[in-house]
Design a protein around this ligand. Structure first.
Ligand SMILES: C[S@@+](CC[C@H](N)C(=O)[O-])C[C@H]1O[C@@H](n2cnc3c(N)ncnc32)[C@H](O)[C@@H]1O
Length: 208
């Protein structure tokens, strides 16, 4: 998916992926990441998800990376926070309180820019990317977080019945993307309809 594809989706408000409340699987399974107070959580491909607000409410710090500047401005506005904006190489860095979001391409987020993170929370990130980019993304996130544990929420459906994104990610694809760096466990499966197609939302715990 190109940057234009996502910027067009934000410009035309074609953002059906955005949930109005914290994700149910996140709330049910975040404790499996074993985080302590104040630990930083990386939320790649952040959008303006309400999950950020949930992580902050649990006493964690959050660092995100999102291509679309308008989405990030909306995220801070909806949290009633006025960010300080600075340049960080090719990225812009928005910060307020315990929240930092890099605006730009996630592939420009280096380990140094990101800083220490105790976990990765991926909701609608891996599934947003086509296979070639997905490989690169998985290797990149593993590298810049030093293989921090991940809670990864995916969709699974019969691929012939719908086009991505979201793409269907099954266990074989988790193994292909993360099997070298992580052991993984399926925590939860819930039935969902995806544009009229029967689908399952899955929650995976990845530990190195
Ligand atoms: C399917 S949405 C998911 C957003 C959020 N995680 C949620 O659950 O609502 C994918 C997001 O990734 C962003 N995105 C896509 N490619 C990106 C990239 N290369 N770097 C940073 N963000 C990207 C898009 O702008 C979009 O907001």
């Amino acid at each position: 998916m190109t940057h234009d594809f996502w910027n067009d989706r934000w410009a035309t408000r074609n953002i059906g992926f955005h949930e109005g409340a914290p994700n149910e699987m996140l709330v049910a399974h975040a404790d499996r990441l074993g985080l302590g107070p104040g630990d930083r959580v990386f939320v790649p491909l952040t959008g303006k998800t309400r999950d950020v607000s949930w992580w902050l409410s649990q006493g964690h710090r959050v660092v995100g990376a999102e291509l679309n500047e308008g989405a990030v401005r909306e995220l801070f506005a909806e949290l009633d926070r006025d960010p300080e904006v600075t340049d960080s190489g090719p990225l812009q860095r928005f910060e307020a309180g315990g929240l930092v979001v890099f605006v730009g391409d996630v592939f420009d987020v280096t380990a140094e820019r990101l800083g220490d993170v105790a976990a990765v929370y991926d909701r609608a990130a891996l599934v947003a990317l086509p296979p070639d980019l997905r490989d690169r993304y998985a290797a990149h996130v593993t590298s810049i977080t030093d293989a921090a544990p991940q809670l990864v929420l995916c969709f699974e459906y019969e691929p012939s019945q719908a086009d991505g994104p979201p793409f269907s990610i099954d266990e074989d694809e988790i193994e292909r993307c993360y099997g070298d760096a992580y052991a993984f466990e399926l925590l939860d499966v819930r039935d969902r309809a995806l544009r009229g197609v029967p689908a399952r939302e899955t929650a995976w715990l990845l530990r190195s």
